[in-house]
Design a protein around this ligand. Structure first.
Ligand SMILES: O=C(O)CCC(=O)C(=O)O
Ligand SMILES: [Fe+2]
Length: 325
């Protein structure tokens, strides 16, 4: 394997000063560090992000309890229509078209909306009710998940603000995107230890994220890798309990042409189950995906974020039966 290039960096940015006072000099330094990371690797870690260790620990315990439920109970949590709510079986997603189905199971929580809600009728693929397991008490999963969701949403708004400040389109350019019931999804993930030597088997196949940004918590197992687009070399993103990983998704790459949505994957060779939690910021469904400088998108076609999400979800999900696992 070629040596990782020293130029490829996933820096750690202390965002505490920005969260405390966005107009301070230290905050301006953090904005600049974030901007540089978005332009070079599209990945950075954030320290002093304000999400407590206690809440993260509760969520890790919640994920362990949830994924330890019998398969029969987990399959009852599969949403009849939405892929961004409830349980997802191992192998449901194929993130890398030439690889085997991903060796991961997931569970998604979003903003709860009842089925008869007008917003659900207008956006039936992205909005809807949450599903929680009836056999886990609310304090185990539902309550911490809702608190974690709320806190991650606030943090995501602040990070989107930092990203806006690193661009020439106005500090509030992403406010509409983060308004009007923006789609944000908390996805708990469990990767069983991988024993297969088949190179086509990955925990999560190589992909770029669909939305604007992803905020990721990972346990101490390791296994997340990001690819340097210039050299093709994969770099491990080592776990750091003090930090969350932030990465740029395809929406920001289309809007800005300079912030990179970088290819990454997961391979869990740690010998034990790996847990992670991704918070996907997919945003206001009506916002247009067109370069902010007014140029024509590379694809020649302007989509809404909703059309883009439905396209990417449709391409990567497949129906799998529980008994095939
Ligand atoms: O589990 C991880 O560390 C990464 C997950 C990921 O890339 C994704 O869900 O998009
Ligand atoms: Fe990803």
């Amino acid at each position: 394997m070629p040596e990782p290039s020293p130029c490829f960096q996933v820096p750690t940015v202390d965002i505490g000063p920005y969260l405390r006072d966005p107009l301070s000099d230290a905050a301006a330094g953090a904005v600049d560090a974030v901007r540089k990371a978005c332009i070079s690797s599209g990945f950075f870690r954030v320290a002093n992000h304000g999400i407590s260790k206690g809440l993260q620990d509760s969520m890790q315990r919640a994920a362990e309890a949830l994924f330890a439920l019998p398969l029969e109970e987990k399959t009852k949590l599969i949403h009849p229509t939405l892929t961004n709510r409830g349980y997802e079986l191992i192998g449901s997603q194929v993130l890398q078209p030439d690889a085997l189905p991903d060796l991961k199971e997931g569970f998604c929580v979003g903003q709860h909306m009842d089925l008869d809600d007008e917003r659900v009728r207008s956006h039936p693929q992205l909005m809807g009710p949450n599903i929680f397991p009836p056999n886990l008490e609310d304090h185990v999963l539902k309550i911490p998940a809702q608190q974690y969701y709320t806190e991650m949403f606030s943090l995501a708004c602040r990070i989107m603000e930092m990203l806006a400040r690193g661009l020439p389109y106005g500090d509030d350019i992403f406010v509409p995107f983060m308004s009007n019931d923006p789609v944000c999804i908390l996805r708990l993930l469990h990767y069983p230890p991988q024993t297969s030597s088949d190179k086509r088997q990955l925990g999560a196949g190589a992909h770029t994220d669909f939305g604007a940004i992803t905020l990721l918590w990972q346990d101490s197992c390791g296994g997340l890798q990001v690819q340097d687009g210039r050299t093709g070399v994969w770099h491990a993103i080592e776990p750091d309990p003090e930090c969350l990983v932030v990465n740029i998704g395809d929406m920001l790459s289309v809007w800005t042409n300079v912030y990179q949505s970088t290819v990454h994957r997961v391979i869990n060779r740690g010998g034990q189950g790996r847990y992670s939690m991704a918070f996907f910021v997919d945003g206001n469904t009506d916002v247009q995906l067109a370069p902010l400088d007014g140029s024509v998108p590379a694809t020649g076609k302007i989509m809404t974020t909703e059309e883009h999400m439905e396209h990417r979800i449709g391409k990567t999900y497949r129906k799998v039966a529980a008994q095939a696992m």
